[in-house]
Design a protein around this ligand. Structure first.
Ligand SMILES: [Zn+2]
Ligand SMILES: [Zn+2]
Length: 424
């Protein structure tokens, strides 16, 4: 039986997506998902090997880390001869500029590291992964490799500053314990190899490359922290997606999430409006959501994909003494009574919402509360903002009684079968 990809136990569960990775438990599978997900889904598109262009040639499934791409991907790597020794692999194009095409005119001096053992797991591989990269990537102007950053453990103290394009391909040469003098053949890489690459790259700078113990200690310590977090009690909350998440990535506006009880969000204060309706909901930005959108080419076709009006409507300032302040940054906006603070009006991105009492928060509960604020309360607060309505009268619209009433209407209108947030 194959061993678990994350620990020393037998891997009795097989990933249903790629059918390649094995795990001892659901728990280990979830721990490995953040790396595994990058190649699991696309693996099925790389089952049928394309015909080689020349009779003695062959193609092998390799893993390519393009410096400008966010994630690694599979590629079919051409080899001139069946024996893909170092020279015969046509990796040059991947490491130069025109990916995949051999470019005899462009000479990029490359280096490769054979990986024959997973030191973090204390396990020899049945094949060797060759990691090929530009020899002088640190000095030749190569850009930092973003795809590599997606699969390493960024908290590891042994990270190297990998730059430029990087290619990983397999051979059946056995480097450990001794080098095999016989000719060797190519091996197709699978999603399992991404895990080996992740461990290798996360522990690359460990001082003694022949001593596994330090690497294993590091891995065990991190693994235990993750496992503890995983075993911990989880609270059901809601992710409120921003415009880009919904319109470009096709995610639902309100999405169920789980957060561990140790999550820093539980140290926050509830948003005013939720407090007033007796639900105490904590709202926090999803890290890297705005930055992630800003980095995407063309912002996915949207000028401001990080806009999240729902999150803005949850942040109405209900302090009756809050003064009206006018801002002009790109467009004019106001803060003050009934308005959201400036940081919740601009560049919000996706946010997470959870109940302080740790009871289940359902996407419908949040959707109804947002609609209550946006549809029901806007007239009242706009009136107060313009001085037509007394602030106390606007405030009287925000109460448990009013929201319970609104929830019943909302539920009927949206044909929801969810139990009331006051009864969970
Ligand atoms: Zn395991
Ligand atoms: Zn998989």
């Amino acid at each position: 039986m194959r061993l678990c990809e994350q620990c020393e136990e037998p891997g009795k569960l097989r990933c249903g997506g790629c059918r390649e990775s094995h795990y001892c438990s659901k728990e280990c599978q979830e721990l490995g998902w953040s790396v595994h997900k990058h190649l699991c889904k696309t693996f099925k598109d790389f089952h049928d090997r394309p015909a080689p262009e020349e009779p003695r040639g062959r193609v092998y499934r390799a893993i390519y880390f393009h410096p400008d791409e966010d994630v690694p991907r599979f590629v079919w790597l051409k080899c001139e001869r069946v024996v893909p020794t170092y020279q015969d692999v046509l990796a040059g194009g991947y490491l130069a500029t025109n990916e995949g095409e051999a470019q005899p005119d462009v000479f990029i001096s490359t280096n490769s590291h054979p990986i024959g053992r997973n030191r973090a797991l204390g396990r020899n591989l049945k094949h060797t992964i060759e990691l090929e990269f530009r020899e002088a990537f640190l000095y030749d102007g190569s850009k930092p490799n973003k795809a590599i950053l997606k699969i390493v453990d960024r908290s590891s103290k042994y990270l190297h500053n990998w730059k430029g394009p990087i290619l990983a391909y397999g051979t059946d040469l056995v480097h450990f314990p001794s080098s095999d003098p016989n000719p060797h053949y190519g091996v197709d890489l699978t999603p399992v190899d991404l895990k080996h690459l992740s461990d290798y790259l996360s522990t690359y700078l460990c001082p003694d490359p022949f001593d596994d113990s330090e690497v294993q200690q590091e891995r065990k310590a991190r693994h235990n922290v993750l496992k503890a977090a995983f075993k911990e009690e989880m609270v059901l909350g809601v992710r409120i997606n921003c415009d880009g998440d919904v319109k470009v990535d096709g995610r639902p506006k309100y999405e169920g999430i789980k957060l561990p009880i140790s999550h820093p969000i539980f140290g926050q204060d509830p948003v005013d409006i939720s407090d007033q309706v007796g639900l105490s909901i904590l709202v926090r930005r999803v890290p890297d959501s705005v930055e992630g959108w800003a980095r995407r080419p063309d912002h996915g076709g949207f000028r401001r994909p990080w806009v999240n009006q729902a999150a803005t409507f949850l942040h109405r300032d209900l302090n009756p003494n809050a003064e009206r302040v006018k801002f002009h940054i790109e467009y004019t906006c106001f803060t003050g009574f009934g308005m959201a603070p400036i940081e919740w009006q601009r560049g919000v991105g996706a946010v997470m919402a959870i109940r302080k009492d740790k009871k289940k928060l359902h996407p419908h509960h949040v959707a109804a509360l947002v609609d209550y604020s946006q549809v029901h309360l806007t007239g009242w607060f706009q009136g107060a903002h313009e001085g037509r309505i007394a602030r106390e009268d606007a405030l009287r619209q925000v109460s448990r009684e009013k929201f319970e009433h609104y929830w019943k209407e909302w539920k009927a209108r949206n044909k929801s079968t969810q139990v009331s947030p006051y009864e969970v």
